[in-house]
Design a protein around this ligand. Structure first.
Ligand SMILES: *Cc1c(COP(=O)(O)O)cnc(C)c1O
Length: 386
């Protein structure tokens, strides 16, 4: 019989102030979508990210969808997208009946490879078919190589959307993750570093663009007395209740970042010296949130595969997960083009073959972490027992 509680990968972690703000919303009967908490949450996130404005959206996926629509992405258009990510980064490309082209990771940051991006641009430029947008994902709390990627995008004159769903609170050269692209998007899904249960945000310095996105997200109602619509609308707004939760969460974001970095440090101290184990790095100038602690396990050297570790931990009521399965390997996306980091092979394929994420929630106790570390040590020691 298992005597202990289950340890989850990244569960929601409330600060204690959420109910107070929710009660405020109830007291004033602001239960509908929109309301004062939404406006305040938008202002506060924009100020945190250091951008001019933000629009609260019902999810990170919807935030990406509206960003693509603003950039004019439509049937048959090409959109470049990081391959190593969650499907939500790429799905909005298909919502618009556009064609994703997937870009490999670089070994240092695990994020989009500038070399692969450059080759993809050269290829499509020769074909006379430039992409409408580039979606760059910041994986597991770490910014991609923004300087190199932005230089390439600007040289080819193509706007960049930063999928910062996993990297709220991170920075690159002192500037907040999410603030580099034409648009940045955040997610407040239950597993993210802060949550509104479900929700997202588009941020930008282009306030006119944000006004348009706000209009589309709230059903594109023309300013008329009767219900009139000249454009296709969406029901993509965040509720005032969710925004109340988000405001309380935002106040503790920096603490959450510190806690997740400490958790990473504990795992790193325990396992980084082992032959065959390699943690996701933190390139110079990057301040990662370590949203999830991710590492590679080379079974030829450890004697145990990452799958065995995940299964072994599951038997001990501890949730670990493989790294994202790259989009170019997904049944849904396998017919689309893919550009790998170098001729030597695909970096994201290797990360997928060896990578796993360990429990990283900011509510984990010291004891929980010790239990995870002990369990992994045991699995590594006993090899194929699990
Ligand atoms: C979670 C996530 C999303 C989607 O956000 P939702 O709010 O769940 O729609 C998009 N991209 C990445 C990389 C994510 O991890």
């Amino acid at each position: 019989m298992v005597q202990h509680k289950k340890i989850y990968l990244s569960p929601p972690h409330m600060s204690g102030n959420e109910l107070k703000l929710i009660k405020e919303a109830f007291r004033d009967n602001w239960i509908a979508p929109l309301g004062p908490h939404v406006d305040a949450f938008e202002r506060e996130v924009a100020a945190y990210a250091g951008v001019k404005g933000a629009v609260a959206i019902s999810s990170g996926t919807a935030a990406l969808h509206l960003s693509l629509i603003y950039l004019g992405v439509t049937t048959g258009d090409i959109v470049f997208c990081s391959t190593l990510t969650f499907a939500a980064s790429a799905n909005p490309i298909l919502y618009q009946r556009a064609l994703p082209v997937f870009i490999d990771s670089e070994p240092d940051s695990w994020n989009m490879s500038p070399q692969a991006l450059e080759r993809a641009f050269e290829h499509y430029k020769m074909k006379g078919q430039m992409p409408k947008a580039v979606i760059v994902v910041n994986l597991y709390g770490q910014s991609a190589n923004m300087e190199a990627i932005l230089e390439i995008c600007q040289r080819y004159g193509v706007p960049m959307i930063e999928d910062a769903a996993e990297s709220l609170g991170a920075s690159y050269k002192g500037k907040k993750s999410g603030s580099f692209g034409k648009f940045g998007i955040y997610s407040f899904n239950g597993n993210k570093i802060i949550t509104t249960s479900c929700g997202g945000m588009v941020i930008s310095d282009d306030e006119e663009a944000l006004a348009k996105i706000r209009f589309w997200a709230s059903q594109s109602r023309d300013p008329a007395i009767y219900y009139q619509h000249s454009e296709l609308g969406f029901n993509y707004r965040l509720s005032n209740i969710s925004a109340a939760i988000g405001r309380a969460q935002l106040r503790v974001l920096d603490q959450r970042v510190e806690k997740r970095r400490e958790i990473f440090k504990s795992y790193y101290q325990a396992f980084s010296k082992r032959d065959g184990i390699k943690f996701m790095g933190e390139p110079p100038n990057c301040h990662s949130t370590r949203w999830l602690t991710a590492l590679m396990v080379d079974s030829a050297r450890t004697g145990v595969s990452f799958i065995q570790i995940i299964q072994g931990l599951a038997e001990l009521d501890i949730e670990a997960r493989p790294v994202w399965k790259p989009m170019h390997l997904q049944p849904l996306y396998k017919e689309y083009s893919y550009f790998q980091h170098s001729e030597e092979g695909s970096v994201s394929d290797l990360l997928f073959q060896q990578g796993l994420c360990l429990p990283s929630g900011s509510s984990l106790t010291k004891k929980d972490i010790e239990r995870v570390i002990k369990s992994i040590s045991e699995i590594l020691r006993t090899g194929h027992k699990y």
